[in-house]
Write a protein that binds this ligand. Structure first.
Ligand SMILES: [Fe+2]
Length: 289
């Protein structure tokens, strides 16, 4: 196409896609191009706004490194990570619903025995909570030997890798379910925290007029060979921001209730939360469906 106009630009770019590219590349690019061009026309985007966006993306790249991916934060703020998770991890039976991994997971947390505490440093005013539950398959059979990684922020709103004053791997642990599929650990009641907003993601929040806060939650990664891994979070039913999470990751089914621990208990609070995971041998590998 020699003469590019407002009317033929989309056709021209889509037409530039080679016949040799994989069908999925074509499907993604064709749709993305059509939507992007239509969006620009709909808002009558100015050249200055386009250039501003390009510079903003450059700043997102500049602040990103091995431990910070600003583009993931940006996609979180736009509901894109949670949408990708919901599209890719649709439950097929009664499995516990997943939600986003978030940027603070660390591989190989300390392996701890059932009932142990993940607290390595005490904070003034902290409330301790014993979290217990059972992991079952979709038919209700308890699943022993499940690896469960848990992680959460400290009462100052920081994960340990964001805070030089916390011990390495504070508030992280790896547990295993017992013969009855039960797990048990001691944590701190999680508090709301802001996602990092000192970079391009923060600029976007300002542009949106939205806050950076997330409701208090504990992260879980649940894994066992032959079962579909589950990445999820439990939200404290009494935390703030359940209705306006800055990354849109809250699901009603993932809200847990912390109650006062019984007299003589070694924690302030207790919470029970059961999980259901998919047994691929029972239901077939989800990828094959
Ligand atoms: Fe988190």
């Amino acid at each position: 196409m020699r003469s590019i106009t407002l009317d033929n630009i989309t056709e021209a770019v889509v037409g530039a896609l080679s016949d040799d590219i994989p069908a999925r590349n074509r499907e993604i690019l064709e749709s993305a191009l059509k939507h992007m061009h239509a969006f620009m026309k709909e808002v009558d985007l100015t050249y200055e706004e386009w250039l501003g966006a390009m510079e903003w993306m450059r700043r997102a790249g500049d602040i990103s490194d091995d431990s910070r991916n600003e583009f993931i934060l940006i996609s979180d703020i736009l509901g894109v990570e949670v949408l990708a998770d919901m599209l890719d991890k649709k439950p097929t039976h009664n499995e516990t619903i997943s939600t986003v991994l978030g940027p603070f997971y660390r591989e190989n947390p300390p392996v701890l025995p059932k009932g142990a505490s993940i607290i390595q440093k005490d904070f003034e005013g902290q409330e301790t909570v014993r979290v217990t539950g059972t992991i079952r398959d979709t038919e209700g059979n308890p699943v022993p030997g499940v690896t469960m990684d848990v992680w959460e922020d400290a009462p100052n709103g920081l994960y340990e890798q964001q805070d030089p004053d916390q011990p390495d791997f504070n508030l992280r642990g790896r547990f295993e379910t017992d013969a009855d599929g039960a797990y048990d650990f001691v944590a701190i009641r999680p508090v709301p925290y802001p996602i990092p907003y000192d970079g391009a993601a923060g600029e976007l929040l300002k542009y949106m007029g939205h806050h950076p806060m997330r409701p208090g939650h504990i992260h879980f990664m649940i894994m066992k060979d032959g079962y579909k891994s589950l990445i999820s979070q439990i939200y404290d039913s009494e935390t703030e921001y359940l209705d306006n999470d800055s990354v849109f990751a809250v699901k009603e089914e993932l809200i847990g209730t912390m109650t006062k621990a019984p007299e003589g208990a070694d924690t302030d609070l207790v919470m029970t939360f059961d999980f259901v995971i998919r047994n691929n041998a029972l239901l077939g590998d989800i990828a094959a469906e």
